[in-house]
Design a protein around this ligand. Sequence first.
Ligand code: SF4
Ligand code: SF4
Length: 346
Amino acid sequence: MPAVSLTHKDNLIKRMARNGISDLAKVFWKRLPQRFYLDKSILKLDLALTRVCNINCCFCPYQITDHKEKIHMSPRIFEKILKDIEDAKIRRVMLSPDLGEPLLAPDFIKKIISLRQFGITEIEVTTNGTRFHRIGIEKLLKEGPDIINISFPGFDNEMYERICKKPFYEQARANILGLLRKNNELGRPKRISLWLRGDLGDEDLMAFPEMSEVEKLADEICMMTEVDDWLGLVKQEMLPPGLRIQKKKPKLTKRPCAILFDLTIHPDGDIHLCSCRNIVRDPDLHIGNILNMSIQQAFEKIPDIFERWESGHFPSICKRCLMYCDPAVSFAGRFRQIANAKFLKR
Ligand code: SF4
Ligand code: SF4
């Protein structure tokens, strides 16, 4: 979703440096060695432990997703992934590609512990905050993911029900405040961000009394500015009047979308590219299944998809997508991540 940070503002010098690098990357992209943005080793894996959710956000296609897609990952597939993670020496995973509430995955904490045992050092999750009490807040902070992004409309019951269409406001509120307070008490072991997805403006969302405490305890607060239409599946009439579908469509360039740099594995073991909007299993972005190939083999297929993109054959979903991310814009960050990963693996 298009969003802005309400708490982090880059200073002018940083912004100018980043824009300068991005402009240079745009001009010289064709001459940049691919290893500068797609190294031989795998930087990060997007892993959908589940595509089941317990709420129905009005801006999300989950409400119209086929029931066949709403499944948990089986132990057999998870175990194969663990083995491949160890073999490929992968260090980072993101547990929330596109749809689903990751904390609903059976044995969520046990899976986090297993991922660490097989070499993962950084685990990120995006959650709707309704399940922390079921795991236990202290347990989640001691054994859970390192980075926790909470997607939440804001501190108002009516707005919550308008957006999430479920009566879980009080529980989500208690969980979010409880998690932030406990994290602070424990010396802030986890990085916690709050992503506000309400239908009031930023001033009203920040004016709820809870927000003065949240501002002190959260590492970042972001706000959704517009709603992406999820390839046309989410329509303006599905939204309350305070939310607007994004009007501007970014122009595709021959630089492959930055979201294609990492593999995504679905609960059925299918390996795709695009953790963001590929909910329709675009054949152009399908690589194979984890039971028939290793993660490393799947990763080695990414350059073929880039080659097609660079010759002007864009995947069909990308032609309709509003979320294209020009990799030149994020080039500096990606290059830094690759350099850090190399250093850490040595
Ligand atoms: S919590 Fe996430 S997956 Fe669930 S309905 Fe909301 S946006 Fe969709
Ligand atoms: S353009 Fe959209 S669908 Fe295509 S890779 Fe980027 S985010 Fe995914």
